[in-house]
Design a protein. Structure first.
Lengths: 377, 191
């Protein structure tokens, strides 16, 4: 049965169905490098860690990278293959290492041509960042593992996971609404109608951008900002005397304003109009902070949107929503593919039967039972 | 605990001690026995030459002689009193730990998954420091019997192992029984 993979800046999430249950495998999108030595290699093997050898270096990948970082205390050796939603251009080992991580999570295809849906961001509007290279590298690698690869916008995956519905002249139009993925590296937005993507934008700002900005203006290490953001921040009750929380609130607001401004500016060009309100479904780690949805609603009310808006909700499980939506898409695509194959086989069989059928004799007339048997071949 | 770090970019091997410390790695020399490590010339030379540096040297506690079985009544305490005092210590320590590091103490995958690596590392350090602090307190405690100190040390060791194990499990496999993926996939196929 089909699989899905969401390749994010902080985590890679794989999704599959096992005995009717949704099974997610989450791995840190990170690696740890150390000089190659026979002893290190032996130790890592004995510890069961996931690693890769390149030249004179050993790279421990995924969650194991974090363990080695902690054991040795060498933070500088902890590296990330993704940056701003795509393969990190400043990390020369990014490709083999992300491949190793993906392989560890999804494994090879269970059968040749198994469908896998992989999510990628849209090209960002506000920076020179090409997603084509990222897309092709991942697509090729998944094909090498034996999959039939389908690429999907990560915000559209949110629509598939949460299935917002719009009233369309008395009938319900499923998978229609606005999906926004607030990730670590990027924010993606799509407008979908009956599961079709009508509009998409992406901005190269997300959780990492907030952390960096606050770090700059408050002169605090980024790690500490991130830690505070994820541990102590509640956007619904920010203490104005706490400069760090105040900084986080300001840049959260800036991020939301920027996304809504870009949405308004670029949606005009589509010349599409909606009479009925569209629900907004939000997911992603950056949106997991308490009070985020209320803050989003507050800014949305102030700025407005280019389409009428209904409810604004947070995905059931913001960190896994994208992977879940990609799995919905993959299962659906595989069903369609199998149905098509079955249809093609039936047609081929019918054609073969017609070709094998002997020229009709003028007399005597063929027996009806015999024709039935031939047609069924 | 006597944690030392190999500062070299090569493995440091102490042949006489049957010990190798990989480049940049830390090692608890108390694993060899404090006396043996302190009296080793090789260790001494490694420190003098700067190959090894001290990360943390705890006050001397004869942890290598800790019992693994529950002690019997001793040092003027009845079995019941010993048990009661031990339970109170355990309850108090775990409660303190939960206050300091709630995410680790409850072993929640989800909360841990949202944390940045540096935050996780910081929490891990905090955890180790808290255990170390408690060990030092125990080593200095004059009002506890030897048996109580040993039992409490054993409890700390067991708890620390348990938490470290939880920590290492962060971010792996998560299973849900939501079951609506197939339903939504059907709906999507029929559009």
């Amino acid at each position: 049965m089909a699989k899905a993979v969401d390749i994010g800046t902080s985590f890679i999430v794989g999704a599959r169905l096992e005995d009717g249950n949704e099974v997610f495998t989450v791995e840190r999108d990170a690696f740890f490098s150390m000089p190659r030595e026979d002893l290190s290699e032996e130790l890592i093997t004995r510890a069961g860690a996931n690693f890769l050898i390149r030249g004179n270096e050993i790279f421990v990948v995924g969650e194991d990278a974090l363990k080695y970082c902690m054991i040795t205390g060498r933070h500088e050796a902890y590296r990330r293959p993704m940056k701003m939603g795509v393969l990190n251009p400043g990390e020369e080992e990014a490709i083999p290492l992300i491949e190793r991580l993906i392989e560890g999570i999804v494994g090879p295809a269970d059968f040749p041509g198994e469908v896998i849906a992989a999510t990628i961001p849209a090209a960002p509007l506000d920076t020179e960042l090409d997603v084509t290279f990222h897309k092709i590298v991942l697509e090729r690698f998944l094909k090498k593992l034996g999959y039939d690869v389908r690429i999907l916008n990560e915000a559209l995956a949110i629509i598939y996971a949460e299935c917002p519905t719009v009233d369309d002249d008395g009938a319900q139009a499923p998978f229609s609404g606005i999906g926004i993925s607030f990730g670590a590296g990027m924010t993606n937005l799509v407008v979908a109608w009956r599961a079709k993507k009508l509009f998409e934008i992406s901005v190269a700002r997300g959780g990492d951008w907030i952390d960096q900005r606050v770090s700059q203006v408050r002169n605090i290490p980024v790690g500490k900002v991130t830690h505070e953001k994820e541990k102590g921040l509640d956007l619904s009750k920010v203490d104005p005397k706490n400069p760090l929380h105040l900084g986080l609130e300001i840049f959260y607001e800036e991020l939301i304003k920027h996304v809504l401004t870009e949405f308004a500016t670029h949606f005009k060009s589509t010349q599409t109009t909606f009479s009925n309100p569209l629900d907004v479904v939000i997911a992603g780690g950056t949106a997991s902070v308490p009070g985020f949805i209320d803050k989003f609603k507050e800014i949305l009310e102030q700025q407005g949107a280019p389409v009428p808006i209904g409810n604004v909700t947070l995905g059931q499980d913001p960190l896994r929503t994208v992977a879940k939506g990609a799995l919905v898409a993959a299962v659906s695509m595989e069903k369609k593919k199998l149905a098509k194959q079955a249809e093609a086989e039936r047609e081929a069989a019918a054609q073969a039967a017609a070709a094998a059928k002997p020229a009709p004799k003028p007399a005597p007339k063929p027996d009806l039972d015999e024709i039935d048997i031939e047609a069924g071949v | 605990m006597w944690m030392v770090k190999n500062t070299l970019r090569a493995t440091l091997t102490f042949r006489g001690l049957d010990l190798s410390i990989p480049a940049g790695a830390t090692y608890d020399l108390d694993a060899l026995g404090r006396e043996r490590a302190e009296s080793s010339n090789q260790v001494l030379v490694a420190f003098e030459e700067g190959y090894l540096e001290n990360v943390h040297k705890a006050a001397r506690v004869e942890s290598d002689r800790l019992p693994t079985q529950a002690p019997t009544a001793s040092d003027g305490l009845t079995g019941a009193e010993f048990e009661a005092r031990m339970k109170e210590f355990q309850r108090q320590f775990v409660s303190e730990l939960k206050t300091h590091i709630p995410a680790l103490a409850v072993s929640s995958n989800e909360s841990a998954m949202t944390k940045d690596v540096k935050a996780l590392v910081d929490e891990f350090k905090l955890l180790r420091e808290h255990f170390e602090l408690e060990r030092n307190k125990l080593a200095r405690a004059g009002d506890l019997s030897d048996a109580e100190v040993r039992a409490r040390m054993a409890f700390l060791e067991e708890k620390e192992n348990e938490l470290v194990k939880n920590f290492e499990r962060v971010g792996r496999r998560v299973e849900t029984k939501d079951g609506d993926v197939m339903g939504k996939a059907d709906m999507l196929s029929n559009l």
